[in-house]
Design a protein around this ligand. Sequence first.
Ligand SMILES: [Fe+2]
Length: 246
Amino acid sequence: MSKETIEQFEKDRYLLVKNFISPELSKVMTTYTLHQNRHNHSPENANGQIPHTHSVHGDHLMESVFEHTWSKMEELTGVELWPTYTFYRVYKQGDILKHHTDRPACEISATICLGYDYSNLDAFKKTDYNWQLWVNNTANGQRYGGDPKQDRGYDMQPGDAIIYRGCEVDHWREEFKGVMQSQVFFHYCDRNGPFKDAKFDCRPGLGYPYTSKIPEKAHALKLAEAKYHGEYQAGGKHADEKDKWV
Ligand SMILES: [Fe+2]
């Protein structure tokens, strides 16, 4: 199994994995995200990637599952990884995930479907509806940069994951027609790659808040990123870019 997935991931730069986590665990995590959405609401701001949608960086339940699936990710991809951070959303009707590629802390990412509610569409007999994730692996890091003939859309059921090279593969979702969909993102960097300083997203460890970033590590990552892009200017260009590329 691993040999096949490793080869496919190397060739395509992304990989669909059915049942990455079990449907039972997905159900528990979905219920948790809905409780959080209702009782501990944390909306993205109006200028965020998905305005006014509940989203959380580094949630403790998500980071716990993250920790225990780390080795599985390495087996599937054949890449030695450092986990960087988790981020989950409870998408609402009308949400659109625009074409984008990710920041270095998302060098290798998995988007995992936790659960959804499409019951509003049942009355219209749109029972085959699925909010597909679209990818284009010819983009070379450019949003909209790939050959449109290579656009690929994938259905996802609870527990399914799509693993992708976030800095390279353009990815997006069209307008969401259902009631809600919970998705969690697990982000990693290559332990032997240029963005290894993104380990734990520059935090002391998993489960720490975003605000606990260690300045020296964050600076080292920015230097690595600038070197990669060849555009570093001391003290200037790279402001805090949270929420830009998740
Ligand atoms: Fe992304």
